[in-house]
Design a protein around this ligand. Structure first.
Ligand SMILES: [Zn+2]
Ligand SMILES: [Zn+2]
Length: 166
């Protein structure tokens, strides 16, 4: 039984009161966050600063598409002093380091966590952008050398379609 130790530990954790249990989980997330932030800064040759930590955390928590307004709204809660110019600078540092990227949808100025390559569905009514899994799409061999893929589907999202029906 190789896993015995961790199984016992797991059972012990399960027996803890809920608030202690959630504190352990939070602590673990916090450790992961700090480790991830430290590793990224080291790899990207960036100094760990309070400002960078704030922006890093925004994309660490929100795996969605964020415009400058969304980012500034989140920033202002943590540090109202942080100016848009500094945020832009941090965003481009993070983009260069490969942590985030610009959302590849024509006419859209948003950023997202640089996860697996995916396409986007842009609703022409409400403007909402949804990630689309494109891993199953077979690309012709002529594209095997393509290093940047941007696929955007345009249409009307299910919610807007429902409103239209009414
Ligand atoms: Zn819509
Ligand atoms: Zn996306």
């Amino acid at each position: 039984m190789i896993n015995n130790g961790s199984q016992v530990l797991f059972i012990k954790i399960l027996q803890l009161p809920f608030h202690v249990f959630s504190m352990i989980l939070m602590k673990k997330n916090e450790d992961n966050f700090e480790a991830s932030f430290a590793a990224f800064c080291k790899a990207a040759g960036l100094r760990k600063t309070i400002q960078r930590r704030i922006i890093y955390r925004i994309f660490y928590k929100a795996r969605c598409h964020l415009g400058m307004e969304d980012i500034m709204a989140k920033v202002s809660i943590e540090n109202p002093e942080l100016r848009p110019e500094s945020v832009y600078r941090i965003l481009s540092d993070f983009e260069r380091g490969g942590y985030i990227r610009k959302v590849q949808v024509p006419g859209v100025k948003k950023y997202e966590y640089a996860s697996e390559r995916h396409g986007h569905f842009l609703c022409s009514k409400c403007g909402r952008i949804t990630d689309v899994d494109i891993s199953g799409i077979h690309l012709p061999s002529v594209l095997s050398g393509a290093c940047q893929v941007s696929i955007t589907f345009n249409g009307i999202c299910p919610e807007c379609a429902k409103k239209n029906e009414k």
